[in-house]
Design a protein around this ligand. Structure first.
Ligand code: HEC
Ligand code: HEC
Length: 297
């Protein structure tokens, strides 16, 4: 209650609480101890013999209400409730939170420092660290990358294979987690006609199978002009731009001529959200260890 905007409101709450408490007390006492037992005489009569009357509620109700009132007064003395008065016990929700944070920090600080200092090779072999990392994964990442990290919905990449769009060294993966990634593959529908787009898509498929390409193939020419700057002359991609390898078998969006043509026409703009604010250093460190455990970058 100490964070009320001004003393005025704290005072206002105190007055309101005290006045309603006294009003209630007056009401209860007047119901039980007012001297108007004979008011019955003038009360309306219904159906010839039914009289409304005004008999007070049973006496034990009175004692119960009295006990509750005493309890309220004691409560307001011990705990915050009367404006900005913080109560004799100095209890506060914020205080409780601080306490549990302090306990948490004390309990885990040492472990956290150990984890942060350990090289990845050590963490890879540490069952407990890998299990913690998996739990962090489940809570923060599984919604997009799927329960096992194998990707899902032709939109979220597999992050437990050896194929890295943004690079698979621990430094690159850490960068991906901390700052997020925003892929930009511009759509070319305005630049290329449908026939050329389809020819390029077919050329990509041909590159995947290593088929011979006839000299002057329109798909190949367009590829060299419009695609190789990002995806490389051989289609193996560029981790600096997040341009994926498009000649392997790990396409995120799909590997049919139609999907590839859609990608070329409309572009793709996958977004990996940043986690620097949501996870602490040790959590990110464990995730990086977990993600790089089987791949030799
Ligand atoms: C400015 C750089 C850039 C250019 C130019 C570019 N791409 Fe891309 N391409 C990307 C990026 C970045 C992605 C990843 C998009 C994402 O993850 O959302 C991508 C994704 C793709 C994919 C999807 C791969 C998958 O995993 O499903 C295909 C296929 C593709 N590009 C083919 C092409 C072709 C063919 C061309 C030429 C017509 C081309 N790209 C031109 C940057 C580029
Ligand atoms: C809102 C959905 C979403 C969440 C949550 C999410 N990601 Fe991603 N992540 C993506 C998308 C989409 C991409 C692909 C970005 C692109 O197209 O380049 C991606 C890319 C990645 C990559 C890059 C893969 C590569 O090949 O370079 C890694 C690593 C990754 N995510 C790990 C994680 C981890 C670890 C978490 C949890 C802390 C997480 N992601 C949470 C959507 C998500």
């Amino acid at each position: 209650m100490a964070d009320l905007p001004s003393d005025f409101w704290a005072g206002w709450i105190t007055v309101l609480t005290v006045v309603s408490f006294l009003g209630l007390a007056w009401l209860v006492f007047s119901v039980y101890f007012s001297a108007n037992g004979h008011a019955d005489e003038d009360s309306p009569v219904w159906d010839e013999t039914l009289r409304e009357g005004s008999n007070p509620a049973p006496m034990w109700w009175f004692w119960m209400i009295l006990a509750l009132m005493v309890l309220s007064v004691v409560y307001l003395m011990l705990y915050p409730g009367l404006g900005s008065y913080s109560g004799a016990l100095r209890w506060s929700q914020g205080g409780r939170l601080d306490e549990s944070f302090a306990t948490y920090a004390q309990e885990f600080e040492a472990t956290r420092r150990l984890v942060l200092a350990a090289p990845f090779e050590t963490l890879h072999d540490d069952e407990r660290v890998m299990e913690s990392a998996e739990r962090i994964y489940e809570q923060n990442c599984a919604a997009c990358h799927g329960p096992t990290g194998a990707g899902q919905a032709a939109n979220f990449p597999n992050i437990v294979d050896d194929d890295w769009q943004w690079g698979g060294t621990p430094e690159q993966v850490e960068q991906t987690l901390r700052a997020g990634r925003q892929a930009v593959m511009p759509g070319l529908a305005a630049v290329l006609d449908e026939a050329t787009i389809s020819a390029v898509a077919q050329h990509v498929i041909a590159m995947q199978s290593g088929a011979e390409v006839a000299a002057g193939d329109p798909g190949q020419t367009a590829y060299a002009t419009y695609c190789s700057a990002c995806h490389g002359a051989d289609g193996s991609g560029n981790t600096l731009l997040g341009a994926p390898n498009i000649v392997d078998d790990t396409a995120v969006y799909g590997n049919s001529v139609e999907t590839i043509a859609t990608t070329i026409a409309n572009g793709r703009f996958g977004i990996m959200p940043p986690f620097a604010e949501r996870l602490d250093d040790a959590q990110i460190h464990m995730l990086v260890a977990w993600l790089t455990r089987d791949s030799s970058p």
